[in-house]
Design a binder for this molecule. Structure first.
Ligand code: 3HC
Length: 693
């Protein structure tokens, strides 16, 4: 018998147990083991029926993703599932944990399915840029109907067991011991002479002949650029158009097209990058962690309120501190409005709104922070102010409290120097809107202790964020790269492009919004203030037409006018001839003769300048690995997942090609940003990519 699948006879029922930690993924050995265990069970005269179950934490959570892109190995999953579906003996799948992808497909090859109440099922393949390729697209619609199946397959969402029972995926919820319950259930089926129930024999009917067209139109905007969701629809369509054998073949063809596509390669890269990001050399499960039972946020502005919501959502009580009652009231009102909007959309109940609001405690007094385990400062970007706050926190907070700053650009080391405990100081840089964006850049200062880093990395996950550990420098990873792209976008407009043209290239690439629409969202005054500060500090920051916008009070979406104009209550940017005139004037003042700029040049300059900066960031050790940079851009800035992140994308384009273009721009335009990063030059010389680091 295989090492990873066991067979035993229990109480007249043959029990097949998959035991392949951590998630019982259906790798080659598991597939072979499942096939062999089935043969054993069928040959076992003592077994009246069979039960399939997962050992450890879960029913199989899917095919083994590491095998994709490798030469296929027999037996294939569809073959194994086919054998289960054709078995002469009744088979019951007993589900706990997560029966996902190939795991759920195995369960769909069984006659009946039972689950513990906490189990979840789903076909999340679409999130990996593929589709269920072991019969899921053909069996699930036959079992539960075309529309609910389409919804599950195209969204990839996990469905909790009670809902799965309503849908008809699960036949029985088992309270108590799953295996005992499943054996009892199988015995009862045998005693009742229950029929075998192969899904392949079930009939589907389509009530709405336009369902597929309507469904496709419904996802067109949200899934723009992705291949897999549309292939999923095509596969499910085969259920109503073809007999099952042909439908399965069609599913296989579509699956193959996707699995070999650059999109799926990119999405698989993101899957592993997201898991890798939690690993920090020198920190492991033995590194001590501090307990975070209570938290506090300094500053009740948009950022502070958003940050506090993350804690309340995770059930962690959190103080919000500000200097005036008015500021607190305003901040809390915004938080409440956000929660109530979520409730209106049905995402949470009104009861949850109240429960979460009750965890957020406004206060004017630092004395309330004496006992908290973590404080996050989220005030205006001003070093002096931050240092005063940290000196104060150092006085009031208990020993062992973690003192964090949400700064997006300032030095954590300098902030930490205002305290006598720099080892407890760390950056926690949230992205706006802080209650929505999943990225959290955790900034390690020169003296931050491993214990504090480990605690904050764990906490990130607990509050629903993807925490990325980064080093201390201006703008850290994300904003440092973004600032280069922003400067290049402005330069392109100075030279002759329109803001809308630049933005279109970026949205065509797959970003949810372009550089200038993003400036309007963030507020034109934000960049203006940073530029003015830098000018005051004596830095050479060239004048910009964006300064003029700010000076005219065109501050972006909040004033219905910025780089674009906005209709009252709308967020759709509309190009504004007034801004074109202003840019024209600016060019004249600067003696610039505008020229036609190609989309190719816009894309190259906006993207390659980021890649070059990314290479410098890697070389300086600001990011631990190139896939961390990808995660930052995907979760913080909406980089299209199907392109895998900037560094992965660069490897796909070819670093030699990128380096050559960078050298060309350096010659033509000059500037430190175009000086080729030595790491990039070295990789090209060695014929390697960022993925090799
Ligand atoms: N294949 C290979 N490795 C997998 C895997 C899979 N399907 N699923 C998880 N793992 C690995 C992870 O990489 C991680 O490894 P690490 O410890 O070395 O980093 C480990 O298992 C634990 O995973 P998580 O850290 O993600 O653990 P969680 O408890 O947070 O989540 C989970 C568990 C919900 C199962 C989550 O891992 C997950 O969503 N997995 C992917 C599920 C999936 O997409 N299944 C479909 C696969 S495609 C398929 O089945 C095709 C078929 O239709 C032919």
């Amino acid at each position: 018998m295989s090492q990873v699948v066991r067979y035993e006879l229990r109480d007249g029922i043959g029990v097949i147990t998959v035991d392949y930690p951590p998630v019982n993924a259906l790798g080659r050995d598991v597939r072979a083991g499942l096939a062999e265990a089935l043969r054993t069970g069928l040959a076992d005269a003592g077994a009246q029926a069979l039960v399939v179950i997962g050992a450890g934490r879960t029913f199989p959570a899917g095919a083994d993703i590491r095998e994709f892109g490798q030469p296929p190995q027999e037996p294939s999953l569809p073959e194994v599932i086919d054998a289960y579906e054709r078995s002469e003996k009744l088979i019951v799948a007993a589900i706990h944990g997560t029966a996902l992808g190939g795991g759920l497909e195995v369960a769909l090859g069984c006659d009946y399915r039972v689950a513990v109440p906490s189990a979840k099922v789903g076909l999340p393949e679409v999130k990996l840029g593929i589709l269920p390729g072991a019969g899921g697209t053909q069996r699930l619609p036959r079992l539960i109907g075309v529309k609910p199946a389409l919804e599950m397959i195209v969204s990839g969402e996990h469905v909790p067991a009670p809902k799965a029972k309503e849908l008809g995926i699960i036949d029985e919820i088992i309270d108590g011991d799953l295996l005992e319950g499943a054996i009892a259930y199988a015995k009862k089926l045998v005693a009742d002479n229950a029929p075998r129930r192969p899904i392949r024999d079930m009939q589907v009917k389509l009530d709405n002949p336009n369902l597929f067209e309507e469904f496709e139109a419904g996802i067109a905007k949200k899934q723009r650029g992705f291949l897999a969701p549309f292939h999923c629809i095509k596969a499910v369509k085969a259920v109503v158009e073809l007999p099952i054998e042909e439908g399965l073949k069609r599913e296989r063809e579509l699956f193959k097209e996707l699995v070999d596509s650059p999109q799926s390669k990119a999405q698989r890269h993101v899957f592993f990058a997201e898991r890798e990001v939690a690993r920090v050399p020198g920190i492991d499960k033995n590194t001590p962690r501090r307990e975070i039972k209570t938290a506090a946020v300094i500053g009740a502005g948009t950022m502070g309120g958003g940050i506090a919501m993350n804690f309340a959502n995770a059930g962690i009580p959190v103080y919000i501190v500000d200097v005036s009652q008015e500021a607190l009231d305003r901040g809390l009102a915004v938080v409440r409005r956000n929660y109530e909007n979520s409730a209106k959309r049905g995402r949470i109940t009104m009861e949850q709104v109240e429960q979460r609001m009750s965890l957020i405690r406004p206060t004017l007094s630092y004395d309330d922070l004496k006992e908290v385990d973590l404080v996050i400062e989220a005030v205006f970007e001003n070093m002096e102010l931050k240092k005063q706050i940290f000196a104060r926190l150092d006085e009031v907070c208990k020993p062992g409290a973690i003192l964090a700053s949400n700064t997006s650009t300032l030095s954590i080391d300098e902030i930490a120097s205002a305290t006598k405990r720099p080892e407890d100081v760390i950056g926690m840089h949230f992205f706006s809107p802080a209650n929505v964006m999943k990225l959290l850049e955790n900034v390690r200062g020169a003296k931050t202790s491993n214990e504090v880093i480990a605690t904050v990395m764990d906490l990130s996950k607990r509050i629903g964020k993807v925490g990325v550990l980064v080093g201390n420098c201006y703008g850290f990873v994300g904003n440092r790269m973004l600032h280069q792209r922003g400067a290049e976008a402005i330069a392109l407009v100075n030279e002759g492009a329109t803001p809308a043209q630049v933005d279109k290239v970026l949205t065509d690439f797959g970003f949810p919004m372009g550089q200038f629409a993003m400036s309007d969202l963030a507020g034109i005054d934000v960049g203006y203030r940073i530029r003015q500060e830098r000018r005051k500090a004596g830095e050479n920051v060239p004048p910009s037409w964006l300064d003029k916008l700010a000076e005219q009070g065109r501050l972006g979406q909040k004033t219905n006018a910025g780089v674009y104009r906005y209709e009252e209550g709308s967020r759709t940017p509309i190009p504004d001839p007034e801004v074109d005139r202003l840019i024209e004037e600016f060019r004249k003042e600067q003696g610039i003769t505008p020229r036609e700029i190609s989309e190719q040049e816009i894309l190259e300059r906006c993207m390659y300048v980021m890649i070059n900066e990314g290479a410098k960031i890697l070389e300086e050790g600001i990011a631990q690995r190139s896939s961390d940079v990808d995660v930052v851009w995907i979760y913080g800035y909406g980089f299209p997942v199907y392109r895998g992140g900037p560094m992965f994308w660069a490897d796909q384009v070819g670093l030699d090609k990128i380096l050559e273009a960078i050298k060309g721009y350096h010659q033509r335009l000059g500037g430190a940003q175009w000086e080729p990063a030595p790491l990039l030059e070295r990789l090209v010389k060695e014929g390697k990519g960022f993925g090799s680091l």
